[in-house]
Ligand binder design. Structure first.
Ligand code: FE2
Length: 274
């Protein structure tokens, strides 16, 4: 689907993943060697700690993490600048450095990078909410964040899908990530983010899909029902209670959609990002 304002580890083969049980997901990492490893830290200074169900992340009220402190050579690229530099309005978390480097290497269009940063930030907000509830959804937050940060990377190969509906970027994105050395567990989000009813999609995939809708305040009942079902299993509460709580957080995050849309649309859909 288009993204216009009118629309809404290391070096090893990952263990098999239970189709519907994200608890068995292999701890995330890419097999890909950082091209900037010699000059860049593995994560931005002051970055919001990775949210996990066991390790609550910083409050969503805190400002987005800063990219200050990166060596200038790392952020001279347009892609890396959009992916990592501080944003004022809205404040958005910087992308994981591995994702930013991948986007640089495939010469992702500026608007695509901005879109991924917006969706990644929403995924971070959802993870913070889950962590704040101490819910054990059996998810790996780092995988969700990487998935949100790369889910549309296939649009580098199909740029028309930045502004018009289309699904060619989905499997193309998975293949592109794997060609770049990312393992299949971490690459799958590129293919599953628009296929939340697929057997391959577990709770981690659902959260990436949800972030890819809520960033622009688009509500998809079918998708939200699947997330609610997972919350009910984890919490033991009623469907209605979980629906109300999820609706509340999605409404809060969705209220910032206009700012995220403006940020995304301020970057051109074409042109090199390098
Ligand atoms: Fe997207």
């Amino acid at each position: 689907m288009g993204e216009g304002p009118s629309q809404s580890t290391p070096g090893t083969t990952p263990a098999p993943r239970d189709k519907r049980n994200p608890r068995t997901t292999t701890p995330p990492s890419t097999t890909r060697r950082s091209v900037h490893a010699a000059v860049a830290p593995t994560q931005p200074p002051n970055q919001t700690p990775t949210a996990t169900s066991q390790q609550p992340a910083a409050s969503s009220q805190q400002p987005a993490a800063s990219s200050q402190g990166y060596p200038a050579a790392v952020t001279t690229s347009r892609v890396l600048s959009i992916a990592l530099h501080d944003t004022d309005q809205p404040p958005l978390r910087p992308l994981p450095i591995e994702a930013a480097e991948l986007l640089h290497d495939v010469d992702a269009p500026p608007r695509l990078v901005a879109h991924l940063r917006a969706v990644h930030d929403v995924a971070g907000q959802l993870l913070e909410w889950i962590a704040g509830r101490n819910l054990d959804l059996g998810i790996n937050a780092e995988a969700v964040l990487f998935g949100a940060a790369t889910h549309d990377i296939g649009k580098s190969l199909h740029p028309a899908e930045l502004s018009a509906p289309g699904a060619q970027h989905e499997e193309a994105g998975r293949a592109l990530l794997m060609a770049q050395g990312v393992d299949s567990v971490m690459a799958r989000f590129a293919a599953t983010h628009a296929a939340w009813t697929a057997q391959e999609a577990g709770m981690e995939d659902l959260l990436v899909s949800l972030a890819d809708k809520i960033w622009k305040n688009k509500r998809v009942p079918e998708l939200e029902d699947l997330v609610v079902a997972g919350l009910v299993v984890a919490s033991g509460r009623s469907v209605w209670e979980e629906f109300l709580d999820l609706d509340s957080v999605l409404t809060r995050i969705g209220d910032q959609a206009d700012e995220r849309l403006a940020f995304q649309m301020s970057h051109p859909a074409d042109g090199s990002g390098r």
